[in-house]
Unconditional design. Structure first.
Length: 153
């Protein structure tokens, strides 16, 4: 069972800017997700988005190929975790942020495992990789979709 991230319910935010930033965090249809979906659509691929029936509610789902794609934000999912953890440990609310991101990473691992046990292939792409090269990222995903679509010999 994934551990739960600490909560600060009932406490006032550190600043109005911090509060606005939190409100701006989106659970779906992030810029990264929208760009990737548009690129996949232009390649002629058809898919579902944010499937609630699957663990983790994948961002892009190719049901026929049993392929689930997640677009992970670098901060929230702990890209380059050792470096990021070291930097966070020197900042405000270090214990909270480190526990929060570690819980997110653990939850991601549990979701991946659950999907694999259900017979799904899981792809996780980093936000900055998609933003830097959406065409290349979409091409790699398309190649996997086509490979999973090929009849078994």
């Amino acid at each position: 069972m994934p551990r739960r991230a600490p909560r600060f319910d009932g406490l006032s935010p550190a600043s109005k800017a911090a509060s606005r930033a939190k409100v701006g965090n989106k659970g779906a249809d992030t810029r990264c997700e929208c760009l990737l979906r548009s690129a996949l659509w232009r390649l002629g691929l058809r898919f579902r988005k944010n499937s609630r029936q699957l663990p983790g509610k994948p961002d892009v789902v190719f049901s026929g190929q049993r392929l689930a794609v997640f677009c992970d934000g670098d901060f929230w999912h702990g890209r380059d975790w050792r470096r990021r953890k070291k930097k966070l440990s020197k900042g405000t609310n270090a214990a909270y942020w480190i526990a929060k991101i570690e819980a997110n990473r653990e939850r991601d691992r549990h979701q991946d495992k659950a999907l694999r046990e259900m017979g799904w292939t899981v792809i996780r792409v980093w936000e900055t990789d998609v933003l830097a090269d959406v065409h290349g990222t979409s091409q790699r995903i398309a190649a996997i979709v086509h490979e999973l679509s090929a009849p078994a010999e």
